[in-house]
Write a protein that binds this ligand. Structure first.
Ligand SMILES: CC(C)(COP(=O)(O)OP(=O)(O)OC[C@H]1O[C@@H](n2cnc3c(N)ncnc32)[C@H](O)[C@@H]1OP(=O)(O)O)[C@@H](O)C(=O)NCCC(=O)NCCS
Length: 389
């Protein structure tokens, strides 16, 4: 049944097939949303980032590749965000998803994207292909009344709309590069403008920060908040909290070390939500040179990389880190190098300590005496994303 399957580019005429597979995978696509779905799909088709597997003329599996950038060590690294991975039920469990994902990896490399990330509905298939947990999307819940009283009344803020998209991106870039942030996505300015232009989202802008929030099931929910100073943080959170006469709670997509946890008197609800995402290197030298590293860290170490799916990552490499930048170059060394597979490399890149990787069987060899220095180079704030894709 799976012999004659081939990897294909999704074209407009395949979209009925894709919708059929998608409905069987994620639930029905409401008729009211069909047009919007097709418009979104076309953007991926136009740029060769909607791929699939066909049996004869029929598409039986498909996936989208977002061309994002992702902050690592305060620098933006181009990233292939994999989404809408679906296989028709009668073809599942026969290697079709793996064939599709191998094509996805190859296409992402052709597109010059050195890393890839995804939110897994099931981890097994992605682990087999070299993905490993890279971070989480955290959502905390605060009593709205606690935020209302945070102050910041001297800070002037105004409503933000689609025309402020560029300014928001600037504020995010300033904040994320200064804080050497790990993980968040960079969306195209047009998408940020769409988000701000949506009348169900409420954006407010200060000189050095902004907040965007909306209603969520009777609560308020903060999609993103950036504040360059304590006063602005207080003012923006208090603006959201001003809804406390109607909304009991404010949910917020913020990282565990966000300053809000240090500003509110009471801790966030213990039922925080975390959605984990997985990461993979597609071009290890470009992934290393594209990111930032801990500024004071200095490293000269050999790595032996073994990657069953991406041949270009294989072999012995020399990793140098100095002055906040890194380089991975082919090595001729012969001593005992730190050995990592694709999963170990991804997890290390995301700041997982080598002691954990060794205990999970994802790293071996080298000198454990050097582990601390390697960990420090890759370490940083908790890696996170604010958005699901
Ligand atoms: C998840 C999905 C894409 C996998 O496709 P598939 O063609 O069945 O995958 P493969 O046959 O290539 O399986 C690859 C590996 O993943 C495992 N796997 C696949 N689906 C799994 C599941 N739901 N739970 C646990 N393991 C799973 C397989 O057992 C296999 O591992 P093995 O070689 O050790 O046995 C497919 O089941 C699907 O479309 N599901 C519904 C939509 C969905 O969840 N999409 C994923 C969004 S991230």
């Amino acid at each position: 049944m799976t012999d004659a399957l081939r990897f294909v580019d999704i074209a407009k005429e395949h979209l009925d097939d894709v919708i059929r597979v998608r409905s069987r995978s994620f639930g029905p696509l409401a008729a009211a949303n069909r047009e919007e779905w097709i418009k979104d799909a076309q953007e991926f088709i136009d740029d060769g980032r909607y791929v699939g597997v066909a049996a004869g003329d029929e598409v039986v599996a498909a996936a989208r590749i977002w061309a994002f950038e992702q902050w690592w060590g305060g620098r933006k690294v181009p990233m292939a965000g994999i989404a809408s991975v679906v296989v028709s039920p009668e073809y599942r469990g026969r290697g079709v998803g793996s064939k599709l994902m191998r094509g996805v990896l190859a296409r992402s490399i052709e597109k010059g994207l050195p890393i890839t990330a995804l939110y897994p509905a099931t981890t097994v298939i992605y682990r087999h292909l070299g993905y490993e947990f890279g971070g989480g999307r955290y959502r905390f819940t605060f009593p709205a009344a606690d935020l209302r009283s945070l102050g910041g009344k001297d800070v002037s803020i105004r409503r933000a709309g689609a025309a402020d998209a560029g300014r928001l991106l600037e504020l995010v870039a300033q904040s994320n590069s200064a804080a050497l942030v790990n993980g968040p996505l960079v969306w195209a300015e047009s998408k940020v403008a769409e988000w701000l232009g949506d009348e169900d989202n409420f954006g407010y802008l200060a000189d050095d920060g902004f907040v965007v929030y909306n209603w969520d099931d009777g609560d308020l929910c903060v999609d993103e908040i950036i504040a360059g100073s304590e006063a602005t943080a207080r003012a923006l959170w208090a603006t959201v909290g001003s809804g406390s006469s109607i909304a009991t709670n404010v949910k917020a997509y913020v990282v565990p070390n966000d300053p809000v946890h240090l500003l509110v008197d009471r801790e966030a609800d213990k039922q925080a939500q975390i959605q984990r995402w997985m990461l993979r290197m597609l071009d290890a030298p470009a992934a290393i040179s594209g990111r930032g590293f801990t500024p004071g860290a200095s490293l000269e170490v050999d790595l032996e990389l073994e990657d069953a799916e991406v041949a270009g990552n294989n072999g012995r490499w020399h990793l140098s880190v100095a002055k906040g930048s890194g380089a991975l170059t082919a090595s001729t060394g012969s001593g005992d190098a730190l050995r990592l597979g694709a999963r170990g490399l991804a997890a290390l890149y995301a700041g997982t300590p080598l002691a954990s990787l060794r205990k999970a069987g994802l790293a071996s060899g080298g000198s454990t005496g050097a582990d601390g220095a390697i960990d420090s180079a890759f370490a940083g704030g908790t890696s996170y994303m604010l958005d699901f894709f």
